[in-house]
Design a protein around this ligand. Structure first.
Ligand code: ADP
Length: 243
């Protein structure tokens, strides 16, 4: 994917969640956003996915210039897949129905085609045996995997994952991270935010360090983790890598 983000500002009341942020990537398969809480990762991710609009600046993802038109943004959003930290699934619907419903209602597939795509996605991730269970009958890790199956069932242009493992215990985290790695290896373009530094290093081809609404540096993981350039990134990494 190609990203052209130019001097973007996003305010919530008096808070500048993004503060003149720029990012230029000619080609990336997996972009991972890291940085301190409240630094702006989630806001940037939502902006790139078309879930938020910038107050100032310009954003282009691949060939899409994101403009603040509700209809243009809606059609852009539909090309993308999303997964957030938690509360992704409709609690009263089975795993399979959670996948077929948006395929029918958002993407306009027939019920038969939706069923076929849902079964394909569930099979791909080893979840077919859980197809008829409600989210409450699944572990947190299984729920997130169903959420990812739903997000990729229609072959999204870009998959956006906002801290997909932060509500999970270590074993479930591993299950979800393995699945994301598989998707990346299969060629899926992904933008994700995470606190899992080991995973960021393994899966990313570019890592952006986001703090105080800006990108301090964006480089391949081996460079950023081994020799961070900015003092604030160095401080952050030395703190989170200590334990
Ligand atoms: P991160 O994902 O790095 O933790 P966020 O993008 O969630 O950072 O937040 C950046 C800043 O914007 C924080 O100060 C946060 O409190 C604020 N913020 C984010 N979303 C909202 C919102 N919907 N309303 C008000 N403030 C928000």
């Amino acid at each position: 994917m190609k990203l052209e983000v130019d001097r973007v500002t996003k305010r919530y009341g008096a808070t500048r969640a993004l503060d003149g942020l720029s990012l230029h990537l000619a080609s990336a398969r997996v972009l991972v956003l890291i940085g301190p809480s409240g630094g702006g990762k989630s806001t940037l991710l939502r902006l790139l996915g078309g879930l938020e609009t910038a107050d100032e600046g310009s954003v282009q993802v691949n060939s899409h210039q994101l403009v603040a038109s509700a209809t243009a943004l809606q059609s852009y959003r539909r090309k993308n897949g999303f997964l957030f930290q938690q509360f992704n699934l409709f609690p009263h619907l089975s795993a399979k129905r959670n996948i077929t419903l948006p395929l029918e209602k958002v993407h306009g597939h027939t019920p038969e085609k939706a069923r076929e795509l849902a079964e394909q996605a569930l099979r791909r991730f080893g979840l077919l045996e859980h197809a008829d269970k409600l989210p409450s009958q699944l572990s947190g890790g299984q729920q997130q995997r169903v959420g990812i199956a739903r997000a990729v069932a229609f072959s999204p242009e870009v998959l956006f994952l906002d801290e997909p493992t932060s509500a999970l215990d270590p074993e479930m985290t591993a299950e979800v991270l393995e699945l994301i790695q598989e998707l990346a290896e299969a060629g899926q373009d992904i933008i994700l935010s995470t606190h899992e530094m080991g995973f960021a290093r393994a899966v990313a081809d570019q890592v952006a360090f986001v703090a105080a609404g800006k990108i301090e540096e964006c480089r391949p993981p081996s460079e950023l983790f081994d020799a961070p350039e900015s003092a604030i990134c160095r401080r952050f990494l030395s703190k989170v890598m200590r334990y």
